[in-house]
Ligand binder design. Structure first.
Ligand code: ATP
Ligand code: MG
Length: 592
């Protein structure tokens, strides 16, 4: 799909970049880079060490690492906590010593179930520093998805809040056989009613003699560090295992794709329960020495605008679903705010429809840079860099050192697609430092993802003459109609260009003649009524823009689209419901 406009960058924007376009073609030896980093550390590599200790020479002790905005802000404008790099390192070391004294050891798995609180960031960093495998759970999960992940992950320890324990852990505690250490942050004074728990504050404040203090557990590059569950958009969530060498990629990809500068005030809106919220919501920004904004509260359009303005956010990383929620809140609200501090903004997680890019540009004056990656890749793989002109609808180009081809599988042969604008599966040359090292308990599935040294991502895309990648859809979601392969993204983007449509999703519906026909679901904007006349108008709009063979043959109006808790449209569920089939794993369905 070629877009009708391109957003060109001003000379100032191009000057103000960490990455020159020529670097995209550079060959990078990840093995050499890793070697150098390990040598600098005299033989070890540890994510927390790279994130916090490397700054000491630069006298960063007093610089704010985390600016934590509490829920009661702005009504209570003192509900803000600044934690400096020096303080963060000190507290992380204390907590690491506490965890080790407790009996936890390298390789044990610690789960964290917590809303965005300073303590949960400390737990993440201290676990990594201790060589404990850190596995974050999204705090809105109910007891069942929590139990499923903790049992699969052999959870030895859990960090959570007292209030969460009673609602979410007490009902499943008996099934968590491996759970030895329950670490509780007593947020509401109810910890006293919990059997056998360890108090977080006590762990943090253990007083050790200097000689007894451990500075760091010297992990190796291949030691397990993080266990991240995928979003469950296409089926059961998978446990992707990541190792400490990832940090080399976290640091560089943040510098290149998010254009991190030392003075940045960076806000990643993703929750650390997801890979984006740890790779780029904790590790990468700290490695790059920027100030991280963390908001405890849930989404609220006015609050988000206030945060961007009041805290002078310079760099912003969010998701299409959040942008569509801003759109829903209307065009008047952003007029009350000044967004001029924002120098760079990016989006990830789902296809970023051009309509969203134009809306944000028009109403916030901000250029959104799409980027693409997966839980499995551990870091950003394809990106619209600050230096490049943006082609709305395109994901951008591969990062330096990341080799990507579009491929077709013919029986067992891997065929690379060399001509432009032909769709194929995104394949990444294996060996980048943040590549996942397994699916927990699913070795065969893991091995099936690789062919001839390439990782097969399961996503389809096209590449244009200038080397920009265009998302087509997940292989599972692609529609086969009268001999055409139709990517949902292209159709959904056009539906969203209709003035009445706020959000759209399309699926393939079995059809005797065409094989599948395209069926669309549309959520209307405020002030539009679902009538047959409007349905016909949207269908004819789609036919004009897409052609008869690609435009939806049916459209249903819905109040909401089913989404995962991380905000991704669950097309498999729309399809199952449409066809009256079993709905499958719904643990990830957003229900509020
Ligand atoms: P599961 O693997 O459990 O079905 P998931 O694939 O949604 O869930 P994630 O790893 O969180 O889990 O998401 C990665 C997927 O999100 C990618 O494979 C891709 O389909 C989609 N995605 C991420 N970023 C983009 C983007 N910029 N444009 C289009 N799709 C994207
Ligand atoms: Mg996936």
């Amino acid at each position: 799909m070629e877009s009708h406009f391109t957003i060109n960058k001003s000379p100032v924007e191009i000057e103000n970049t960490n990455l020159k376009e020529s670097m995209l073609a550079e060959n990078i030896s990840w093995a050499d880079l890793l070697d150098q980093t390990i040598k600098r550390n005299h033989g070890y590599l540890n994510i927390c060490h790279e994130a916090l200790d490397n700054h000491s020479q630069e006298d960063m002790n007093n610089k704010t690492a985390i600016k934590f905005i509490g829920k009661s802000w702005p009504e209570n404008n003192t509900d803000i906590k600044n934690i400096s790099y020096g303080e963060l390192l000190y507290q992380t070391k204390m907590l690491m010593n506490g965890l080790l004294r407790l009996g936890l050891a390298k390789g044990d798995v610690l789960f964290s179930l917590s809303p965005r609180k300073p303590e949960s960031y400390l737990v993440a960093l201290a676990s990594l520093r201790a060589g404990i495998v850190f596995s974050p759970l999204f705090s809105v999960f109910g007891p069942e998805p929590i139990a499923a992940r903790m049992i699969k992950g052999n959870a030895k320890a859990l960090f959570t809040l007292a209030s969460f324990y009673h609602k979410k852990i007490a009902p499943i505690r008996k099934s968590l056989n491996q759970l030895t250490y329950l670490i509780i942050f007593d947020d509401d004074g109810s910890a006293k009613n919990i059997p056998n728990y360890i108090d977080f504050k006590t762990l943090l404040n253990i007083h050790l003699e200097k000689n007894d203090r451990i500075d760091l557990i010297k992990t190796s590059a291949d030691d397990l560090a993080l266990l991240h569950f995928t979003s469950g958009t296409t089926g059961n969530p998978k446990g992707a295992m990541h190792v400490h060498s990832s940090v080399v990629y976290h640091q560089l990809s943040g510098k290149w794709a998010l254009n991190f500068k030392k003075d940045d005030i960076f806000w990643c809106t993703a929750d650390p329960g997801w890979v984006t919220g740890t790779s780029y919501g904790i590790i990468s920004p700290l490695c790059n020495g920027v100030t991280l904004i963390i908001d405890e509260a849930e989404f609220n359009a006015k609050r988000w605008y206030e945060i961007l303005e009041k805290f002078k956010v310079t760099s912003w990383y969010s998701a299409p679903t959040a942008m569509r929620m801003l759109m829903k809140a209307g065009e008047e609200l952003p007029k009350e705010f000044d967004f001029s501090s924002v120098q760079f903004a990016a989006s990830v997680g789902e296809p970023l429809n051009p309509e969203v890019i134009w809306w944000v540009k028009k109403n916030l004056g901000i250029s959104l840079h799409d980027n693409w990656w997966q839980t499995e890749t551990g870091g950003i793989m394809i990106s619209n860099f600050s230096v490049m002109a943006i082609k709305p609808g395109s994901m951008g180009k591969p990062l330096p050192g990341i080799e990507i081809e579009l491929v077709k599988l013919n029986d067992t042969l891997l065929e690379k697609i060399m001509e432009p604008d032909i769709e194929g599966q995104i394949a990444i040359k294996a060996g980048w430092p943040s590549m996942f090292r397994g699916y927990l308990g699913e070795d065969e599935r893991y091995l099936k993802c690789f062919k001839d040294g390439w990782y097969l991502t399961g996503d389809l895309a096209k590449k244009d003459e200038q080397g920009y990648f265009w998302f087509v859809g997940r292989a599972d979601d692609v529609i086969k109609s009268s001999g055409h392969l139709i990517g949902p993204f292209e159709v959904e983007s056009v539906l969203m260009e209709h003035p009445a449509v706020l959000e759209a999703a399309v699926i393939g519906k079995p059809d005797l003649i065409a094989g599948e026909l395209v069926k669309g679901f549309a959520v209307l904007k405020k002030n539009y009524t679902p009538t047959d006349a409007l349905r016909l108008d949207i269908m004819s709009f789609a036919r004009i823009h897409l052609g008869v063979s690609i435009a939806p043959k049916e459209i249903s109006f819905v109040d909401n689209l089913p989404k995962t808790k991380s905000g991704k449209i669950m097309r498999r569920l729309l399809k199952a419901r449409e066809l009256g089939l079993p709905e499958g794993d719904l643990s990830m369905l957003e229900t509020t």
